[in-house]
Write a protein that binds this ligand. Sequence first.
Ligand code: HEM
Ligand SMILES: *[C@@H]1O[C@H](CO)[C@@H](O)[C@H](O)[C@H]1NC(C)=O
Ligand SMILES: *[C@@H]1O[C@H](CO)[C@@H](O)[C@H](O)[C@H]1NC(C)=O
Length: 477
Amino acid sequence: MSLSLLLFPALGFLLLLLSKKLTPPSLGCLISFYQNRHRLLTWYTELLSESENQTIVVHRLGAPRTIITANPDNVEYMLKSNFSNFPKGKPFTELLGDFLGLGIFNVDGHLWSLQRKLASHEFSTNSLRDFTVQVLADEVSGRLIPILENAAETNSVLDMQEVLRRFAFDTICQVSLGMDPSCLDMSRPVLPLSAAFDSASEISAMRGAAPVFAVWKLKRALNLGPEKDLKDAVKVVRGSVDEIILRKKEMMEDESGGDLLSRFLGAGMESEMVRDMVISFLMAGRDTTSAALTWLFWLLTNHRDIEQRAAEEIKIGSDLGYNDLKEMNFIKACLCETMRLYPPVVWDSKHAANDDVLPDGTPVFRGNRVTYFPYGMGRMEALWGKDRLEFRPDRWLDETGAVRMVSPYKFPVFQAGPRVCLGKEMAFIQMKYVVASVLRRFELVPVRDERPVYVPQLTAYMAGGFSVRVRRRGNVV
Ligand code: HEM
Ligand SMILES: *[C@@H]1O[C@H](CO)[C@@H](O)[C@H](O)[C@H]1NC(C)=O
Ligand SMILES: *[C@@H]1O[C@H](CO)[C@@H](O)[C@H](O)[C@H]1NC(C)=O
């Protein structure tokens, strides 16, 4: 997803000066951060914990003054109380604009609120929910389980992260487009749409991560290297979606599908807007759930007692219908706890439309970048207590075993306020479905012993993948 791209892409450290009492780190130190981006996260988290305000100000040559906050009052202010003063802003939307066009994920103001209204309406329907559960059921029984069964039988090594990513792309394509790219079926060739989508998101992300701020604009003007590849990839993505739209329109004369594309077309939206909108959905719904699931499965391999409790929550014989999924409180607590420590979206930025003052007293000037930082917030002692670094799903449950209400401004992994993730409920349904389906049958055994490295890209992922062997549950390992 877009978010991380913007921030401090590997780069700007060379030119980074922290305001006030914070002394700039030595050059040696900066170079090592440049090489180890994940350590950067720890560094920011430390600076934020030490700041009285849980807010720091960063200067980077050529980029706007940047305020990074882990203070829930500030987060509530920027995401809700004064929402209209904190749009995504041009420095952000430009980066993804060539790819996402005017889709919901990448626009502000009127264009955003129009799409948001339409989409919120569809996302609140039982029919979309039922359609999603059906897609999941087919994808799990037809593809995911057979792959895991085969790995168990042959004792082969599987990259679970890659499996989950393909699963997520198949699912989001079916829900958004009513089209099945069959990515999880490794025997089929990769669809041009899938390959082009990967390449377009990667190059767009690289724009924000280049060591020199906005150098991509020059490359775009000259149609050089990656900028040319981006143009080609976007052409393929848009062409594929346009074709699907044409076919869908023909079909719709007879029957209307349950997917988002059919719904938006049915609501009378024009084709180009619908195209951009569904591309935004693919982007937003693609690597986020797979990132959360990868970290959860890894954490469970290190906490077999918790894994056992999660497995026991799945009712014997349950067909994982919506009502069963709704009840899985412990599994939901495990998911929240995972995303607290390893949020799929590391940080997210807005750009101030006008001068303002944050609740903690930090002044904001027009054009400043204001960033909230879910990764740091999840690891802040002030917010989660001394055991903040422990994986302890019970912190999410009350005495009755229900999931506690936690302020979304303290836990903004899905963002919060008017622009909160539209797919949040759908994401939980999907993640619970996968966790339950896997845990009731299998046990994963990591091939490597080392602690995996969390890499903050567009969405965070596990460096080098998550290689496992698969055992049938109950078998002696
Ligand atoms: C664990 C899974 C997920 C996480 C952690 C997550 C997180 C987020 C975050 C942080 C944002 C705000 C991004 C920004 O404004 O820059 C967002 C927006 C969005 N998400 Fe999700 N997301 C997840 C899954 C999904 C899924 C499965 C879908 C699709 C069905 C989806 C659809 C969207 C859309 C459409 C937006 C844009 C909303 C708007 O701008 O009004 N997300 N998500
Ligand atoms: C919101 O932001 C505006 C600037 O656009 C500022 O003048 C105003 O004081 C802020 N509103 C609130 C409720 O604090
Ligand atoms: C918070 O930090 C800002 C500067 O970033 C400062 O002006 C303000 O006084 C601080 N507020 C508190 C309560 O410490």
